[in-house]
Design a protein around this ligand. Structure first.
Ligand SMILES: NC(=O)c1ccc[n+]([C@@H]2O[C@H](COP(=O)([O-])OP(=O)(O)OC[C@H]3O[C@@H](n4cnc5c(N)ncnc54)[C@H](OP(=O)(O)O)[C@@H]3O)[C@@H](O)[C@H]2O)c1
Length: 279
């Protein structure tokens, strides 16, 4: 029986950046489906709250707090989770921190830091995880990219570079590890309601009212008219890791409520139609 055929109850998933946002939702979704989960983040207190919730719901969980920019720690995480649960079936490279700095202001040290956490660490974690997965006939690596790497904003040069590279890395790893039964996919979310997104918004209107033009604009650009929820990303990640997606590898799932295919906000479309009606 290959890893891909094993019932979820025997499987093990490692989720990075599980102390907040999308990562918490992904870890809890895997646990609900019967996976044992390894969870990682720097904030030990928040991570422990997630650990306690999964534990209280009857799940098997190992929490390891530390900085994934430290590659020694990153490797130890992979090895400890595989040793604690006897195998590793899924790695979700979700942890990331986004600097809001343009290339005009960024220092080489800031650039290196983002590349280390958002690209180098996920790439090597994929390699170490694949070594564990190969022992048991296969597995799945889900890299969390971003729709932001496909559309220009000019506000976050290093972060978007990592997210774009994450997609290229996915294709390369999928080719390398496919023969070993390891699938590698990227999920590229659009605007999802988490702490990371809120750093872009909450722009006070000039008169001090709590209007949020950035949020309003981004909601209008999603065909579904709203931001996504972490739980919606989590369900897609768990599906990507499941047997239901057994022929899916070397590709990117864009999960953005339709934003990336939208050309202009509905208000502009309405104005065009009104102009046309006036003749
Ligand atoms: N939210 C969105 O709209 C959106 C859109 C597209 C893509 N994404 C991607 O989705 C993923 C999750 O984002 P999110 O919105 O859930 O962000 P978030 O709420 O800010 O959570 C980020 C997670 O990464 C962890 N993390 C950051 N730096 C770390 C480090 N050096 N070592 C260990 N853990 C670290 C954080 O934990 P600690 O703070 O405890 O270290 C936290 O658990 C990211 O890859 C992000 O790029 C998000």
């Amino acid at each position: 029986m290959t890893s891909a055929q094993k019932p979820a109850a025997g499987r093990v998933a490692l989720v990075t950046g599980a102390s907040a946002g999308i990562g918490t939702a992904v870890a809890e979704e895997f646990a609900q489906r019967g996976y044992a989960v390894g969870i990682v983040g720097r904030d030990a207190k928040r991570l422990d709250e997630v650990r306690r919730r999964i534990d209280a719901a009857g799940g098997r969980v190992l929490a390891l707090s530390g900085d994934l920019g430290d590659l020694g720690f990153a490797e130890s995480v992979v090895r400890q989770v595989a040793a604690a649960f006897g195998r590793l079936d899924v790695l979700v490279n979700n942890a990331a921190a986004r600097e809001l700095k343009t290339m005009r202001e960024m220092t080489p040290a800031e650039w290196d830091r983002t590349i280390r956490v958002c690209l180098t660490s996920p790439a090597f974690m994929a390699r170490w995880a694949a070594e564990e997965m190969e022992r048991h006939g296969g597995g799945v690596i889900v890299n969390v990219g971003s729709m932001m790497s496909r559309q220009a904003h000019g506000v976050s040069a290093a972060y978007v570079s990592c997210k774009g590279a994450m997609e290229s890395l996915t294709y390369d790893l999928a080719a390398l590890y496919g023969p070993a039964g390891i699938r590698v996919v990227t999920i590229a979310p659009g605007a999802i309601d988490t702490a990371m997104s809120s750093t872009l918004t909450n722009t006070p209107a000039a008169d001090g009212r709590s209007e949020d033009p950035i949020r309003e604009f981004s909601e209008s650009m999603a065909m579904l008219g709203r931001w996504g929820r972490p739980e919606e990303v989590a369900k897609a990640v768990v599906w990507l890791a499941s047997d239901e997606a057994s022929y899916l590898t070397g590709t990117t799932l864009v999960l953005d409520g339709g934003w990336s295919r939208m050309h202009m906000p509905p208000a502009v479309t309405q104005a065009i139609l009104q102009n046309a009606a006036r003749g």
